[in-house]
Design a protein around this ligand. Structure first.
Ligand code: 13P
Ligand code: SF4
Length: 316
């Protein structure tokens, strides 16, 4: 009998994943930036907020989280009695990496009158020292939940924070983090594509640089961008976010022309998130077969990180 590591992969990977999902009583959650085959086999696809809610509500014994590490961590924080698996534990996030908790703690100590609003793209340790969490779909509502004279620190995405600060006319201290994918989008190509496609609409994720956001017709979370493309009467859309979202957009609006915005260097696929793309069907199969890699967290950290997440979820 070969050891588990040397067992060959089944030819029908999709069928094998489906069988294991039933055997393990597992639910597969996938973010919109996953490869199309992963999205198609998932039980639930969504943006960060929708996936956090789905993870909180599930009654399945196992959550296979096809996204990045902070998303799986959030699932564990909200639903600790479930086994949370992630196909590739190295699927990180440049925003989470940009904000080590001890440095944010120092910024807090220097500004003791400030409350800390942290974007969900951060580590559990950062969540634990934040007052409230937000996602790209509720950041405005979260910031508005504080009195107008309450000074705020916004971490770790300076682009989302800057966009909200400008829109709400509410200055905030911004942590200088960025998304390695959204910061590479090409403004020049955005202008060229718009000129080539008169009547097209530009949709952008708020993690994009301000100069790109200024040119967008609509700014929102991945699910909000999907919704806009489906409902807007325009027929052509220039999409300034990770191109994984195009799969659901095209499925929901098959007659529309969707143009993914390339990065500055068009010779690489740098508009694709290398972390999200670490997940594969093979790794999903192995995770369900071997019940690892499993996301584990100490109870003290979990409870501290849960408080600001609960504060966000309580806003509805
Ligand atoms: P959404 O919550 O909008 O899906 O964003 C998650 C993310 O990581 C974007 O880069
Ligand atoms: Fe993080 Fe950017 Fe990847 Fe989203 S796209 S997971 S923000 S690195």
């Amino acid at each position: 009998m070969p050891s588990p590591d040397t067992q060959p992969l089944p030819i029908d990977l999709l069928g094998a994943i489906d069988a294991l999902r039933k055997q393990r009583n597992a639910v597969i959650l996938a973010h919109y930036y996953q490869e199309p085959d992963i999205q198609d086999i998932a039980d639930y696809i969504g943006d960060s907020l929708q996936l956090a809610r789905a993870a909180q509500k599930t009654t399945a014994d196992v959550i296979l989280f096809c996204g990045v590490h902070f998303m799986a961590e959030t699932a564990k924080i909200l639903n600790p009695t479930r086994t949370v698996l992630i196909p590739d534990m190295a699927a990180g996030c440049s925003l989470a990496d940009a904000c080590p908790a001890p440095l944010l703690a120092r910024m807090k100590a220097k500004n003791p009158d400030h409350k800390v609003v942290s974007y969900i793209n951060c580590s559990a340790a950062v969540k634990a020292i934040s007052d409230i969490i937000c996602t790209s779909s509720n950041a405005e509502r979260v910031v508005a939940s504080f009195p107008a004279d309450q000074p705020l620190i916004f971490a770790p995405d300076r682009n989302l924070g800057g966009y909200i600060a400008k829109k709400m006319n509410r200055p905030m201290l911004l942590w200088p983090g960025t998304c390695m994918v959204h910061e590479t989008f090409s403004e020049r190509r955005m202008i060229e594509l718009k000129l080539k496609n008169p009547g097209s609409r530009i949709v952008a994720h708020p993690e994009c640089e301000p100069s790109l956001l200024e040119k967008a017709d609509f700014i929102g979370s991945t699910s909000a961008l999907l919704d806009f493309v489906v409902k807007d009467p325009a027929t052509t859309f220039i999409v300034a976010t990770e191109p994984g979202i195009l799969h659901q957009m095209q499925k929901s609006a098959p007659s529309k022309l969707l143009i993914p915005l390339p990065g500055i260097d068009e010779t690489c696929a740098c508009n694709e998130c290398p972390h999200m793309k670490r997940n594969t069907l093979e790794k999903m199969y192995l995770a369900l077969r071997d019940m690892q890699p499993e996301l584990l967290m100490g109870e003290e950290l979990r409870l501290a990180a849960k408080k600001p997440l609960d504060a966000m979820l309580a806003l509805g």
